[in-house]
Design a protein. Structure first.
Ligand SMILES: *Cc1c(COP(=O)(O)O)cnc(C)c1O
Length: 395
């Protein structure tokens, strides 16, 4: 099944883009909106645009639109900053809500920034706080009544393996732990129902499957009944109940907006707002079935053409997100050779070749063509050529 949305994106001729899991493609509306915001709003309205173009409520409007894609009720998602900062805020808030426990439980497959932030916070706070990172498949067994916070990324950025969000949340809460989900590779990729799952916090970014553009603002969700218990660790003026009262004492907003920090990035938020139009009228279940059809076709064809490549993702499509990975020692060089032939995937150390499936702008034809080019590159050994060996700063 193909979702008829390709015309909403501006993709370069001759490119098969299988990296929307890392940086989403550009919606046509995003470029138009950027021009309009820069020229008409910033250029002509200047500072008046905070009111005249309603810049001031853009963070909340965009948060509500993201919320609809992850099953979060109106007003429960705040936007801004980067995901690393949202991880910090969720963790710091959860740590203050758990005065009698000292363990943050994550897993060894989590994204480095999430683990660095957790370790940094544990070191800063001291008092015996520690970070534990068992293998992803051992997390469930590691949940016990010493664990203050379970902080996991729903879809593993390397392998695409999915954690069972509902089951782990239930288990964490039964043990008295607070649950934080990182939805970086879930929002816009797989159906998520935060309200039904009941997790206390969730965070994510908007430049992957949400196509918000490089460095687009992140989001944070707090379960509505807990908002007033959250004491913001980054008590910035934009999270204040009345920022323009210019009070010398901090009074957090009585809503999720208390997790905002400083001046919102209006250019990026506007672009993201326009990019979110591509989801209008879509439900995540149809996106998910289209994504599964694409990844299954790709895996079958690549495995047929290259029987020696090892699938590093779960074989069962229901156990993985919207990407598949193959492990190959010279994966970096293979990806470079693929990019030269118009197939864009990416590489994650030490040996993972990643391919993302974004049914909004990829169809079966694209995927079969990409698989056949993977077959050619591997069979011909062209990737052995010197020019594919030198690693760029970004892989
Ligand atoms: C992409 C990603 C990040 C990146 O964080 P930024 O602050 O946006 O650079 C963090 N965590 C996870 C799980 C990711 O997938």
């Amino acid at each position: 099944m193909t979702l008829p949305r390709k015309h909403l994106f501006d993709l370069p001729e001759g490119v098969l883009y299988l990296d929307g899991n890392s940086l989403g493609a550009m919606p046509v509306a995003a470029a138009d909106r950027a021009t309009r915001v820069i020229r008409d709003e910033w250029g002509h309205e200047l500072i008046k645009a905070w009111n005249s173009a309603d810049w001031i409520s853009l963070p909340k409007r965009v948060g509500d639109r993201i919320g609809r894609l992850i099953g979060a009720p109106e007003g429960s998602v705040a936007t801004g900053d980067t995901l690393s900062i949202k991880v910090y805020q969720a963790l710091a808030a959860a740590m203050r809500m758990q005065p009698h426990r000292r363990v943050i439980l994550s897993d060894s497959g989590n994204f480095p920034s999430d683990l660095y932030i957790a370790q940094g916070l544990a070191d800063l706070v001291g008092q015996g706080w520690e970070l534990r990172t068992p293998a992803p498949e051992d997390v469930a067994d590691a949940i016990n009544d010493s664990v203050a916070i379970v902080m996991l990324t729903h879809v593993d950025y390397r392998t695409g393996r999915l954690h069972d969000m509902k089951a782990i949340t239930r288990q964490a809460q039964a043990a008295g732990s607070i649950m934080i989900w990182d939805l970086a590779h879930s929002a816009g990729a797989v159906p998520v129902d935060l309200a039904a799952c009941g997790a206390e916090f969730a965070v994510g970014c908007s430049y992957k499957y949400l196509n918000g553009g490089p460095g687009a603002p992140a989001f944070i969700y707090v379960r509505p009944d807990l908002v007033l218990e959250v004491q913001p660790a980054l008590a910035g003026w934009m999270g204040h109940e009345a920022p323009f009262a210019m009070s010398h004492t901090y009074q957090p907003a009585m809503s999720t907006e208390r997790l905002r920090v400083g001046t919102p990035p209006i250019l990026q938020l506007s672009v993201l707002d326009a990019a979110l139009d591509v989801w209008d009228g879509l439900d995540m279940d149809s996106v998910r079935s289209a994504s599964i059809a694409l990844s299954e076709a790709f895996v079958a064809e690549v495995s047929r053409l290259c029987p020696d490549l090892r699938l590093a993702s779960p074989v069962d499509p229901h156990q993985r997100g919207s990407q598949v990975s193959f492990a190959f020692e010279d994966g970096y060089a293979v990806i470079q050779a693929l990019i030269e032939r118009g197939v864009i995937g990416d590489f994650r150390a030490p040996d993972i070749m990643r391919f993302g499936f974004t049914p909004l702008y990829l169809d079966n034809n694209d995927v079969m063509q990409a698989a056949s080019i993977v077959g050619e590159v591997i069979k011909s050994g062209i990737w052995r050529e010197q020019r594919f060996q030198t690693r760029a700063k970004v892989t």
